[in-house]
Design a protein around this ligand. Structure first.
Ligand code: SF4
Length: 103
């Protein structure tokens, strides 16, 4: 039987090709808690795992953070946690957000 080997993709390298026009005045994603450290760990870990841009983070001391800059507008976090952590999710205003570049 042929052994299957994992395929490694450097997502950071591919994502860095994109251009982002971040709307500093109007966040297109807002979370339901001012202090993310109070958010349920299990629920937040869902976001850490599903966001392809790795915008939901937990540092070595367990502090949680999120920054919508760099969002790929895939909507996965909305589907995953709309009823719990993600309070607002909308498409960025025209001319704002990600501009995909494929190299
Ligand atoms: S829409 Fe996609 S890329 Fe943007 S924060 Fe949510 S999961 Fe991450």
């Amino acid at each position: 039987m042929k052994e299957l080997k994992p395929i490694t993709v450097n997502v950071d390298e591919l994502i860095s090709l994109n251009h982002y026009n971040v709307d500093e005045e109007n966040a297109h994603i807002e979370l339901d808690h001012e202090n993310l450290d109070e958010v349920d760990d299990t629920e937040f870990q869902k976001l850490v795992r599903v966001c392809p841009a790795a915008l939901y983070k937990v540092d070595e001391e367990g502090h949680k953070s999120f920054d919508y800059a760099g969002c790929l507008e895939c909507g996965t976090c909305r589907i995953c946690c709309e009823d719990t952590i993600v309070k607002k999710w909308e498409m960025p205003q025209p001319t704002m957000g990600v501009e995909y570049r494929f190299g």
